[in-house]
Design a protein around this ligand. Sequence first.
Ligand SMILES: Nc1ncnc2c1ncn2[C@@H]1O[C@H](COP(=O)(O)OP(=O)(O)OP(=O)(O)O)[C@@H](O)[C@H]1O
Ligand SMILES: [Mg+2]
Length: 319
Amino acid sequence: MKAAATDLAISARGLQRAFAGNMAVASLDLDVQRGEMFGLVGPDGAGKSTAIRLLCGLLKPNAGAATVLDLDLVRQADEIKRHIGYLSQNFTLYGDLTIDENIEFFAELHGVGGWPARRDELLAFTRLTPFRRRLAGALSGGMKKKLALACTLIHTPQLIFLDEPSTGVDPVSRGEFWSILSGLLAQGVTILMTTPYLDEAERCHRIALLHRGRVMRAGTPTEIKAALPGRIYRLASPSLTAAYQALRAQRSAERLVLYGDRLHLWSPAGGEEEARTAVAELEARGLGPAQFQESTPTLEDVFVGLLGTEGAKNENPKV
Ligand SMILES: Nc1ncnc2c1ncn2[C@@H]1O[C@H](COP(=O)(O)OP(=O)(O)OP(=O)(O)O)[C@@H](O)[C@H]1O
Ligand SMILES: [Mg+2]
């Protein structure tokens, strides 16, 4: 008898995968609710793509267990593949085939019956209908991603994995891509995505910060921001670059961060003393007038802070 569907689309415990002595995913614990947009966030090499490929059943884990849509990841990988879609980080379209032909190719690959109607629906949904006879090789970056997404959706998956779907896409197309994803959520599709953009991570229902193949924190963006101990102070000085260089000599990388036009000082103990000292130091070095102001932590602040303090404790064992 088949067990009743749970409200979890993904539940993974201790998933592990190494490559030639290198631990790519050390121990992945992850719960993704049905119908949510979940973001996996982490620095280059954190194991995001490997985690996705494990959860799609494309890579075999060395240890651990997971269920995906209530199916066992190892024993029922083929069944899982019928119900999920995967947009890989380096997806390939056939450049010498048109938009229409690319979708047709994926429809045949998945054995989708009555695919022409589904294709028309997806072209309308991604607003690619006017360009359907254009060669994929001649499309802009944003249009290529939308076509890749349409190909990923041809078999009407319940759960889709999107690995950095908006990398290399201009901001206008990113906005459009996000409205398409909202449309999918409205249809009840569950989305697990990776993104290097923290403004995109903010738009996910829940996120997990992955570091060296482990989840360091998971929760809503608000919960994650509340997890940073202490306070963030924004420093002002006529030259932020010079101010950053002057202060950084005495402070570690996670305590002082320059984000474009914002210089943030993190005080884990939360007292104003550290901010006052920094301002006095700037004034003494002729980098005044300097000021400080308490600032609400951004996801960037939290990630930099947590990676700096906890990440160091979390060194990967070699296997
Ligand atoms: N097929 C493979 N063979 C050998 N090593 C691999 C393979 N795939 C991944 N790795 C290694 O595993 C680690 C995690 O890689 P992964 O691609 O999962 O990271 P990522 O978080 O997706 O990084 P990025 O942000 O750069 O896409 C890296 O050290 C990478 O070099
Ligand atoms: Mg990757």
